[in-house]
Ligand binder design. Structure first.
Ligand SMILES: Nc1ncnc2c1ncn2[C@@H]1O[C@H](COP(=O)(O)OP(=O)(O)O)[C@@H](O)[C@H]1O
Ligand SMILES: [Mg+2]
Length: 194
């Protein structure tokens, strides 16, 4: 349950790989209910993160801050500032704890504050709010991640570009929820982290 510079780096490299593998799929999800750029935005951002982390950060706080800055300056769109805020809030929180559940709690609060979305609005908040409690309880599973992501399919978007479509946003998985699902999947795959 403890995040260190080393486990953070392994986690981020796995996340970058998963984003790269699925960048076309993520952008395809963003095509009917957005502008088709989510996977390419995230891939650009995670390549920058990998590059930055190739020089070992001095401590956890600096590692998290470095990730936040790389995402904010390279991802763009709505998701860049939101993922950036998530890591910036984890960086702030890391001065008092290195517990992954508590760090992710702070990240979620930051995303909600920054974007103003609530659970049910068909955004990444749906996945984060469903899964952070499982991380804290120590019972996160791949099935839970899949269910949380798939649950966004039948929601009507209330925030972000997809909200312009109103009812027509139904029937499509939210792209930012899918990429957030990858973040939690790779967390699960990072040995010694959960
Ligand atoms: N206000 C918001 N709060 C939380 N997440 C949001 C918000 N607006 C958008 N998102 C997330 O961002 C994703 C879209 O990201 P992206 O395509 O990179 O940006 P853009 O919509 O600017 O093209 C959405 O699928 C959704 O999960
Ligand atoms: Mg987009």
């Amino acid at each position: 349950m403890t995040l260190t510079v080393d486990t953070l780096t392994v986690w981020m490299n796995k996340f970058a790989d998963k984003i790269e593998t699925n960048k076309q799929y993520l952008s395809d999800l963003d095509t009917p209910i957005g502008d088709g750029d989510h996977g390419f935005n995230m891939d650009r951002g995670m390549k920058a993160v990998e590059e930055k982390l190739s020089t070992k950060p001095s401590d956890l706080t600096n590692g998290l801050k470095t990730i936040a800055m790389a995402l904010i300056s390279t991802v763009g769109g709505a998701s860049g500032p939101l993922y950036g805020t998530a890591f910036l809030e984890m960086a702030k929180k890391s001065s008092s704890t290195d517990n992954i559940g508590e760090l992710l709690d702070a990240a979620l609060a930051g995303i909600e504050k920054r974007g103003g979305a609530k659970p049910g609005d068909k955004t990444m908040v749906d996945v984060w709010s469903a899964l952070v409690p499982s991380v804290k309880a120590g019972n996160l599973t791949k099935d839970k991640i899949r269910s949380a992501v798939d649950a966004t399919k039948d929601m009507v978007a209330k925030k972000g570009r997809a909200s312009y479509l109103g009812e027509r946003s139904k029937g499509h998985i939210d792209p930012g929820s899918e990429s957030s699902g990858y973040l939690f999947e790779t967390l699960l795959e990072t040995e010694g982290l959960l």
